[in-house]
Design a protein around this ligand. Sequence first.
Ligand code: M6R
Length: 366
Amino acid sequence: EKGGYEHFMMKEIYEQPKSIADCLRGRLDAKSGRLVLGGLRDYMNKFQNAERIIITACGTSWHAGLVAEYLFEEFARVPVEVEYASEFRYRNPVIGEKDFVIAISQSGETADTLAAIELAKSKGATIFGVCNVVGSSIPRATHAGSYTHAGPEIGVASTKAFTAQISVLAMMALKLGYQRGTLPESRYIQLLHELEAIPGKVERALKSNEAIKYIAEEYKDVRNALYLGRGYNFPVALEGALKLKEISYIHAEGYPAAEMKHGPIALIDEEMPVFFIATKDSSYEKVVSNIQEVKARKGKVIAVVTEGDTQVKAIADHVIEIPETHEAFAPLVAVVPLQLLSYHIAVMRGCNVDQPRNLAKSVTVE
Ligand code: M6R
């Protein structure tokens, strides 16, 4: 059942080229410019005319929501708010009929997310679900939705569900941008091609596994770690830190790289590993200076970089290369080495990777 892998988590990490392709299949065809999300059809009007998009979720699904915030704002120019379901449901939020709420959940059973949906629904908002488990409670509570089609995810640490969620949300953002006229046709088509190429790029990113094992060996005994990224890769930093925390029990924090100077920089010394997502994008040069700031304080830098990078390679202690892609889709590829890294560190520490202590696959209590 683990398909020859030692743990479900590893199997699920390796399934990603296929699970992302499954998620795109039948929905996206770049050559013909076709992009259809069945669940959206009856609600396209509401979606297109929404004055605001509110995304609500927990944990890793919330991180996918943060990526979506950047996607929707860039491509469709709609204001987006991303809310922890547990906070949203308890604070009498300002919400109404003009709001389009997207609830993201792998299991479809998360109690806080479900309660946030019921609250938003009672205020007249339209609720759209992005879920993985077919027929679960959240898809039944929403007005409409799109499944992620990632297949069963058994490991408690979410991996392939995350990349499938981002894939659905990316399609939604492209569709919305195109329909609203904020995304010109030529760019839209180009982005469809980019998205279609992602499964192949994830496949290539997985080839770094051996190199990542070597890095894991070197850092498996640290007590703390920092994860830094900017823009689309800021949520990837949060996700990388969450993966390390939950399966290896090492304290890790994710930050937008520029926030480092407002506090976390005080933590940096020769003992502190700092994982950067430093792919070639619009904030690359700024991330490079953040890396220099860490090196100046003798921190250890491990960076996820774009293939062929030379600048970061020259200053980092270790680099992990991933294929180049449009920055909006970089999280789909950049998260993969961080998933692998936490996996190997957790295995080397003798942790129960698939069922970490104190955690359940779906959190059905509030
Ligand atoms: O099933 P959901 O996507 O609603 O679950 C949300 C979180 O409980 C979940 O993502 C959790 O943070 C994972 N263990 C992260 O790997």
